[in-house]
Design a protein around this ligand. Structure first.
Ligand SMILES: [Zn+2]
Length: 220
């Protein structure tokens, strides 16, 4: 038991304050904004990504401040973009940040069981999945089913800006796709919809610019 007591004492003494903090939806979003700002200015703080953090979260569990549903693209890692450490983000990643049953169940788990006060749907510029939907790419295997989930967002963007040139249309489609996923979450999860309506949880959309690293938070 001595070793166990030693670990617990060490962990309590060194555990950062975030472990006990409970965030409101607004505070959670502010923390993500500040984290992105630290990342953008080269002041990322990874002190929490160390053996002590690993042991602490293994012993005491996770208490993430936000659930992130983002694209699988290797250039958009949420923990780095938002400068967060072990146990701080509950991340669901899928190409094109779409929301089918598995993703929705994961988001529900993040909110209902891990009590995250904030859900972020995170798209990004130059998204290949949205590009594929926009270009009617010929795809094989299971990919057409995934891209079909993005096609309505592309159609929506085209309808709103029929004369938009390629780059603008892609960006408009990326935003429309984030908004579609947000709508899908609320439509297909009455429980989450009610929590959002009652301001127990905030659902926000964001797009990461992969060139300069910043986050654009979508207006409601
Ligand atoms: Zn993508």
């Amino acid at each position: 038991m001595k070793w166990f007591t030693g670990i617990v004492c060490t962990l309590f003494l060194t555990a950062p304050a975030f472990a006990e903090k409970t965030y409101s939806p607004q505070e959670a979003q502010e923390e993500l904004k500040q984290g992105n700002s630290r990342y953008m200015t080269g002041k990322s703080s990874h002190v929490r990504i160390d053996p002590v953090s690993r042991e602490r979260t293994a012993l005491f569990g996770q208490k993430p401040l936000a659930t992130i549903l983002g694209c699988s693209d290797a250039r958009v890692p949420p923990e780095i973009v938002f400068d967060q450490g072990f146990g701080e983000l509950f991340v669901v990643r899928v190409a094109g940040n779409v929301c089918s049953t598995a993703e929705l169940a994961s988001v529900e788990y993040g909110v209902k069981y891990l009590k995250t006060p904030l859900v972020v749907v995170l798209g990004h510029t130059h998204c290949g999945a949205v590009q594929a939907a926009l270009g009617n790419a010929e795809l094989k295997g299971s990919l057409p089913k995934l891209i079909a989930m993005i096609t309505p967002a592309v159609a929506d963007a085209k309808a709103k800006a029929p004369k938009a040139v390629a780059d603008k249309l892609l960006n408009a489609s990326i935003e429309a796709n984030v908004r579609k996923t947000m709508k899908d979450i609320l439509t297909n999860s009455p429980g989450l919809d009610e929590m959002v309506r009652n301001n127990k949880v905030a659902l926000v959309g964001a797009i990461r610019d992969i060139e300069h690293g910043g986050i654009v938070w979508l207006k409601p």
